[in-house]
Write a protein that binds this ligand. Structure first.
Ligand code: NAD
Length: 316
């Protein structure tokens, strides 16, 4: 394959690129990344001479077109996004630019190059709030996004689905649950808990701390994407795939697990005013993705220990 990975210097994208280059050294990989605050190009240093790195914006349609043509691209994997809910509550503008306009720019390029496939990375947050007694969300459930972030991701999905229907582009969408692992931006929940715990600083927990998330190890998410790359999208009627591990933890449980691993007291936990529009629970039914042969492998406790080791070095 000749692939463009957008957002490949961010958290999940960098893991995907590192793993893909290791497992498919014969492929040609172009990383297109705007290098926002969430990116760190040095994550790609170990494979810098095996990829082409381009600093740029996915909303720059002429640039994406040039990359597709110059590198005979057959697949675009679109990780690029503004991804932090709290930032979207403060200012939705960059979210509309990258997540909506940027995705449409990629769709325009794919429309003009029908042989190019688009794997669009979305999120389980498009389902919105899930109640404790609700069943896990299925890909046929309605989108009910709560935050400007998830609304922008839902809009991007709609544009991809509309382009599949109207222009017959080859595309699929993934809706993954919360990822954890190394390389995640400092502002996110797990890096914040680890950083503050290491510094013996209060650990801010929204509301009651009982909101539930299904945490997936970033490598397991990358494996699901690899599995999807092996499917014949033209003959497969399925266009949306949930990705999760079907095991939920309350935010406060996660914070306590991290404190226990680090040998720090639970009284570092400090409850703060709840996030506006905070979704109570996310839960997805990934059975359809599992029928393709994908299974998550990493147990949360084990993955968390490995993740903590990485941040200990970073925050030392
Ligand atoms: N992190 C999660 O838990 C999670 C869960 C489900 C889905 N997702 C989705 O996965 C994708 C990757 O998430 P992440 O956590 O790695 O995000 P991230 O914020 O860590 O990384 C995003 C990357 O995109 C780049 N980028 C931003 N705007 C760009 C633009 N206009 N043009 C080119 N590059 C741009 C950034 O520089 C950064 O490298 C996103 O689409 C996100 O919505 C994330």
């Amino acid at each position: 394959m000749n692939i463009i990975v957008t957002g490949g210097a961010g958290f999940i994208g960098s893991h995907f690129v590192l793993r893909h280059v290791a497992s498919h050294p014969e492929d040609s990989v172009v990383v297109l990344d705007k290098l926002t605050y969430a990116a760190d190009k040095s994550f790609l240093d170990p494979i810098a001479d095996q990829i082409t790195f381009v600093e740029g914006d996915i909303a720059d349609q002429a640039l994406v077109t040039k990359l597709v043509e110059d590198h005979s691209i057959d697949t675009i994997i679109n990780f690029a996004a503004e991804s932090h809910v709290d930032n979207s509550i403060s200012d939705a503008t960059p979210f509309l630019h990258t997540n909506v306009i940027g995705t449409q720019a990629i769709i325009e390029v794919v429309k003009e190059h029908p042989a190019v496939r688009l794997l669009h990375i979305s999120t389980d947050e498009v389902y919105g709030d899930v109640g404790d007694s609700d069943p896990s969300c299925k890909v046929t459930d309605a989108q009910r996004p709560s935050s400007p972030y998830s609304a922008s991701k839902a809009a991007a999905e709609m544009l991809v689905l509309a382009a599949i229907r109207t222009f017959d582009i080859q595309a699929v969408i993934t809706r993954c649950t919360n990822n954890y692992g190394s390389h995640q931006a400092d502002e996110k929940f797990i890096p914040t808990v680890i950083r503050n715990a290491l510094a013996n600083q209060p650990i801010p927990i929204f509301g009651t701390g009982k909101n539930k998330r299904d945490w997936i190890y970033v490598g397991d998410h990358c494996d699901a994407i690899e599995t999807l790359l092996t499917v014949d999208w033209k003959s497969d009627q399925r266009k949306i795939f949930n990705v999760g591990i079907d095991k939920e933890y309350e935010n406060i449980e996660v914070a306590k697990m991290i404190l226990d691993i680090l040998g720090k007291p639970h009284d570092l936990i400090s409850f703060v005013e709840d996030r506006l529009g905070h979704d109570w629970r996310y839960a997805v039914d990934s059975s359809q993705t599992r029928t393709l042969g994908w299974e998550p492998k990493v147990n949360f406790e084990e993955g968390l220990k490995e993740t903590i080791e990485w941040y200990k070095e970073k925050y030392a």
